[in-house]
Design a protein around this ligand. Structure first.
Ligand code: ADP
Ligand code: ZN
Length: 453
């Protein structure tokens, strides 16, 4: 029996938390409209930036009479969060905020998202539904190897797992030896981490003579936070005998648990009673009909701390048409392969070239000419930055140069949270361009296809 047939054969009762996944479509649209109207009123009353943009267009909350009227509303973008840093888009008093999360901005400062008690519940609901959709349930032992802290990955999956009654092991990212030891000794049945980190765990396990099929109890992998492919899914499943599921989300909208693929593997169902999806043309910003490819936009229908109206994710996808054989009525998006901006995702961490530039140029002897090379070592991403330094610096002794290399590395690491390999080069050795300079070389896709993964 193939894994796919096995998946369909599993007699998994629908968990009560999944009920909204099957809501009759008309009821769902009515609920969404009701929630949208409430949201627009809240944002108009409490977020000056949005109110000003709506006033400019002559749009008032009472103009939202149907879901289609959402097209009257202005968009929000990461730059809005940056420009109003840290709290400018908050729609509630600080008294109501119970937790912050941060994600990369486009420069040195992160963006800040505030969560109220209500928002934490909404997000937990998304994560519980995502996990339930994967077939995770009590008494699963769930090892959460996404980073905890300002990232949403760790705490999101953590509360999702606890909500379903799983036994959660909050190990966070890194420390591969300990991950493997606890995974084996405790009989972990669900692993949640980036797909590339799981491949790394498999590799390191193999070096220690661990065969995942023989020595581990894992049934489900909940993989996301970075783009990956059907080919990588097939590789993971054949090496380990687990189900590899795709979970999608972003900090601005909640965190993980905005969408998750189902057993039909057509795409990822969006928990659209909370996170209303649209696809727009990234150039004209006109809404596109279901089935057409464009930029994914979300409106957080139920959030109260930092609600987002038509937030442009920059992720490229499409809303799938036709009913899904799994019976869910909530729509699904095609899995994300591309973005419409220059954001890189390295080891699951979002990195903008402009952040790297901000770190580099904070050091005096660095010249504004650099190249970023993203590659792979085994299954883990690597990042090298080649940077020109002044001629005087270059004539310094080796020790001084090494110290400078470290200082530059630390300055960049402080901003992007990843430690890059820095290579210092002489002035005028890196490429120049009269047009748009290609500063980033991403060798990862090539490496993947050459391995036939
Ligand atoms: P996360 O903790 O999920 O990485 P971030 O806000 O840091 O949240 O990053 C969100 C971005 O990560 C998304 O806009 C998307 O580009 C990418 N991403 C998240 N999940 C997936 C996924 N399953 N497939 C492809 N890209 C993903
Ligand atoms: Zn489905």
């Amino acid at each position: 029996m193939s894994l796919y047939e096995y998946a369909h054969d599993l007699d998994t009762p629908v968990h009560p938390v999944s009920a909204p996944d099957y809501m009759p479509v008309e009821e769902l649209r009515a609920l969404q409209l009701h929630r949208l109207q409430g949201l627009v009123r809240r944002v108009y009353d409490h977020v000056p930036l949005t109110r000003a943009r709506m006033d400019e267009r002559g749009v008032r909350p009472e103009h939202i009479q149907t879901l289609k009227d959402i097209a009257l509303l202005p968009f929000m973008m990461k730059t809005d969060l940056r420009d109003t840093y840290p709290f400018g888009l908050f729609a509630c008093p600080m008294n109501d905020i119970v937790r912050f999360h941060c994600s990369s901005g486009t420069t040195g400062k992160p963006i800040v998202i505030g969560n109220t008690q209500n928002d934490i519940r909404v997000w937990q609901n998304g994560c519980m539904r995502a996990l339930a959709l994967c077939g995770v349930r009590s008494p699963d032992i769930m090892q959460v190897a996404y980073g905890y802290g300002l990232f949403t990955g760790g705490l999101g999956l953590h509360y999702g797992g606890e909500g379903l009654g799983c036994a959660v092991l909050p190990i966070s990212g890194g420390n591969t030896d300990r991950q493997l030891m606890l995974m084996r000794d405790m009989g972990t049945t669900v692993i949640a981490c980036t797909p590339s980190y799981f491949l790394h765990l498999i590799d390191e396990g193999m070096k220690k003579g661990i065969d995942f099929k023989r020595d581990m109890q894992i049934r489900h992998g909940v993989f996301g936070a970075e783009p990956w492919t059907e080919e990588m899914r097939a590789k993971i499943e054949s090496l380990t005998g687990i189900f590899a599921h795709d979970i999608y989300g972003l900090t601005e909208i909640a965190g993980p648990g905005v969408a998750n693929d189902c057993r039909c593997r057509r795409g990822l169902h969006v928990f659209e009673d909370h996170f209303y999806p649209e696809i727009v043309d990234p150039e004209t910003l006109e809404p596109l009909p279901d089935g057409e490819q464009g930029e994914l936009v979300f409106t957080t229908l139920t959030r109260t701390g930092t609600p987002m109206l038509r937030y442009r994710t920059r992720d490229i996808s499409r809303l799938l048409t036709g009913a899904c054989p799994c019976g869910r009525t909530i729509r699904a998006i095609e899995r994300i392969h591309a973005r419409s901006d220059d954001m890189l995702i390295i080891r699951g961490v979002n990195v903008f070239p402009s952040q790297i530039e901000a770190g580099l140029l904070s050091i005096d002897s660095v010249l504004p000419h650099y190249q970023i090379v993203v590659g792979k070592e085994g299954d883990l991403d690597t990042i090298e930055i080649k940077v020109e330094v002044t001629r005087e610096t270059f004539s310094d002794d080796i020790k001084t140069l090494e110290r400078l290399r470290q200082r530059i590395g630390q300055a960049v690491q402080r901003i992007i949270n990843l430690s890059p390999h820095i290579t210092l080069v002489e002035p005028h050795t890196l490429p120049r361009s009269e047009g748009k300079l290609q500063r980033v070389t991403d060798l990862r896709n090539r490496a993947v296809s050459s391995k036939g993964v």
